[in-house]
Design a protein around this ligand. Structure first.
Ligand code: NM2
Length: 531
């Protein structure tokens, strides 16, 4: 074990914040939950607009970059071939960036919008139903994926174009912060990233565990209580810890492949054995509504509720702001991952690929899983809403699956899929956390014990949150820890523009041609910026 490799200030900084938050929550659970909820209300009430702007501006920025000169920059040298086929690239991207939550919210998110729609729409009305199947796609759509892609730009750029082995978020901001990156500011940035990811993992694990436990209960009769949930959380942690320990090429890859096949099976099954025509029509219609109302949805903050006394739904705070914060806390990690797998692609391909494939993948989940439940509700064959209001969302998800043919088999596959989905996100997350808390990564991989360490650390906060919390408290884990990352996103975007702009200018006048820019129009043409 090489202790010199560990970046101790970052390592301990992250642990101090983690325990600084967790220990008081254990000692004073009720007061702790109250403080967290108050912090949540404060953040979303006052800074919701920042989260909303960050989302929309990320999308606009990425589209701008994709179609500007920067978009043509190839990651790697001129001859570099793509490291992964587009299919594997998209599959890996999806497995890392998306966890079990897509099974949870994909199945049940519509039911919340159906009862509490935005824009002053009457609950359970026809319009509410249409937005119910559209809003999920919006919250897992182009803006969300833009948030994921932005950090990948500077990281991929430094990694493959400037050829610096950047494994820290702070390093990706060096062009803007200069030597300050080597001091406390750099440590603070990395610690905030680690803390953010732990908060996001908290939200994920604390939503996924009750759902998996309900699945296990349905199959085996094991009771659903805090003890079994804690047991299942530890079991999931053990699985992704083993996967992370065995490394990128083995555990992480094997689980990703398995994940993909199970997804194809379960979505295909529900699509074919569920109401195929209804699912297809509703999904296509939702895409239309999404396009039509895109800017209304991406800027909706119900400002009049507080000053003019109109009904306050808290829809923006509870959903869009919460979601953007949740995507945000995962974004630097996904950025590191996307950057790592994108060698041989142009920046434009990386941007458009992430946003298009990511969005299409999420549309498939929400379109098939969500509209199946909606169909049961609307036809009266299963009253999802009453069931959910009585037994809660996790039990409802399993109850919806039980309406399908071969239901025991489907519940089993769904539960296994949820565990694997969770593991494929968390094995890469612990791998990346270990990399960030090291000074360097000898031989390309962070130390094994270190990867194991972060795998178990990821589980601490969720365990605590589960014991003290309700859904609101869990959601806050992402919101509070995501707030500082808004500023880091801004620095990352700035850093990318600064560094790539300098290089483009340098190579244009031939003094220091450092980058290779592809020409999409004419294959093989040489321009003034080519080496
Ligand atoms: N996001 C995609 O819980 C998970 O599925 C991991 C969640 C940010 C909403 C990511």
């Amino acid at each position: 074990m090489n202790k010199n490799l560990i970046d101790w200030p970052t390592f301990f900084g992250a642990l101090v914040i983690l325990f600084g938050v967790t220990i008081p929550l254990v000692i004073f659970p009720e007061a702790g939950a109250e403080v967290i909820n108050a912090a949540n209300r404060f953040m979303t009430g006052n800074f919701g607009v920042l989260f909303i702007l960050m989302g929309l501006l990320s999308l606009i920025f990425l589209l701008f970059v994709a179609f500007s000169k920067q978009g043509k920059i190839k990651l790697g040298g001129r001859e570099t071939k793509r490291e992964f086929s587009t299919f594997s690239w998209a599959a890996m991207l999806f497995s890392a960036g998306i966890g079990s939550s897509i099974l949870y919210w994909g199945m049940i998110e519509w039911a919340y919008y159906y009862q509490g729609p935005p824009f002053g729409i009457a609950p359970e009305s026809e319009e509410a139903i249409q937005f119910a199947s559209t809003y999920g796609i919006f919250h897992w759509g182009p803006i969300a994926w833009a948030i994921y892609t932005l950090p990948a730009l500077p990281i991929a750029y430094f990694f493959y174009v400037r050829k610096k082995p950047v494994l820290k978020i702070s390093e990706a901001i060096r062009p803007v912060l200069g030597k300050y990156v080597d001091g406390p500011i750099g440590v603070v940035i990395d610690v905030l990233f680690i803390f953010g990811l732990m908060g996001g993992a908290g939200t994920t694990l604390a939503l996924g565990t009750p759902m998996i436990t309900e699945g296990v209960n349905d199959l085996t009769g094991l009771p659903v209580n805090l003890g079994t949930q804690a047991g299942i959380m530890l079991l999931c942690t053990a699985i992704f810890a083993i996967s992370s320990y065995s490394g990128l090429q083995r555990g992480i890859k094997v689980l990703s492949d398995l994940n993909l096949w199970l997804v194809i099976f379960i979505l295909g099954f529900i699509f074919l054995f569920g109401p195929t025509v209804f699912i297809s029509e509703t999904t296509v219609t939702s895409i239309g509504i999404l396009l039509n109302d895109f800017f209304r949805m991406s800027t909706w903050l119900e400002p009049l509720a507080n000053v003019a006394g109109f009904d306050e739904t808290l829809f923006p705070e509870s959903w869009t702001v919460f979601y953007w914060a949740w995507w945000l806390v995962y974004a630097p990690f996904v950025g590191l991952f996307v950057a790592r797998i994108s060698r041989g692609r142009t920046i434009r391909e990386m941007i458009i690929g992430t946003m298009v494939y990511g969005t299409i993948g999420c549309i498939l989940f929400f379109g098939i899983l969500g509209n199946y439940g909606l169909y049961l509700q609307l036809t009266g064959s299963f009253d999802v809403i009453s069931f959910m209001n009585e037994y809660g969302a996790p039990a409802t998800i399993i109850a919806i699956l039980n309406q399908l043919p071969l239901s025991t088999f489907i519940v089993a596959i769904f539960t296994i899929l949820a565990i694997i989905f969770l593991a494929t996100t968390f094995d890469s997350a612990s791998y990346i956390l270990a990399a960030v808390a090291q000074k360097s990564v000898k031989g390309g991989d962070p130390l094994r014990w270190h990867r194991l360490f972060w795998a178990f650390t990821l589980c601490i906060m969720p365990l605590v949150l589960m014991f003290i919390g309700d859904l609101e408290t869990l959601q806050t884990a992402s919101i509070v820890s995501g707030f500082p990352i808004i500023f880091i996103m801004f620095l990352l975007a700035w850093s990318f523009m600064k560094a790539s702009g300098e290089d483009i200018r340098a190579s244009r006048d031939y003094r220091a041609p450092t980058i290779y820019i592809t020409h999409h129009k004419k294959e093989g043409s040489r321009g003034p910026t080519d080496k």
